[in-house]
Design a protein around this ligand. Sequence first.
Ligand code: SF4
Ligand code: SF4
Length: 294
Amino acid sequence: MPRKLTIAIASGKGGTGKTTLSTSLAAILVERGEDVVFLDCDVEEPDGHIFLKPQGIQSQPVNVMIPRIIPEKCNFCGACGDACQFNALAVLADRVMVFPSLCHSCGACYHICPEKAIEEIPREIGTINYGNGQGVKFFEGRLNIGEALSPPVIKVLRSVPNGSRITIIDAPPGTSCPVIEAVRNTDFVVLVTEPTPFGLHDLKLAVEMVRAMNLPFGVVINRADMGDDRVEKYCKSERVDILLKIPFDRRLAEEYSEGSMTLISNPEYAGGLVTLMNDIKKRIEKNGTGDSQR
Ligand code: SF4
Ligand code: SF4
């Protein structure tokens, strides 16, 4: 039985074409008979639905556990406040204040309380929505407005039971905790960039991140004919493989703004995506890793 593959599409910054690439890859694999799950882990601004247009959407809440003080048991000893690394508890003379939005659900206060005066209660911070879009099994995480903690939502999304052979992950932009949660334990990471000074700066950070995580990866340059050659020179000097270059095409930009999946409706680009996917599969199968840099 062929092994399951999990491929993350990431970028050091937003606006590089990451979602266009990830949704197009998912859709074109389905067109070729693959069983594909798409996870939109960009939970602060999920936009994969604009392109895959999922139907029959169902939702489930994502909860984190936060402390609730049982007043009749608490003696205001202060141990919970001292234990909390996130300033989510303030122990006063006659009460303990809990600041839910600061709580990271670490459980330290619950375990340290000598009086068993803390219970854990759920707090909803987001939702998981799921449906079917263009034959792709579509899942997105959505952080509630005003919430700051996206990793717990991404963690739930990544743990959705999934019997499909291929999982495509649209990671959040950047290189901080949410991205790390989205790309961890994947088989291959595609870093999408553009040939500009900003693109190069953020690509360097993204390369450092995936190397630190020991993940195989390669680069896709979007709007490849629009900037300069510094990204290519950097990749060469760092022995980072460039997997695909997508030229700037006004039709792509226009149809993108309308939510169209031009990359798969245009035979030239569709062929490039199939080649990209075959290349990634070979890299994963070779020694169980990509031969790009770990
Ligand atoms: S550790 Fe327990 S008893 Fe002490 S202040 Fe916190 S809740 Fe109250
Ligand atoms: S669960 Fe952790 S982060 Fe939340 S209040 Fe308790 S110690 Fe602080």
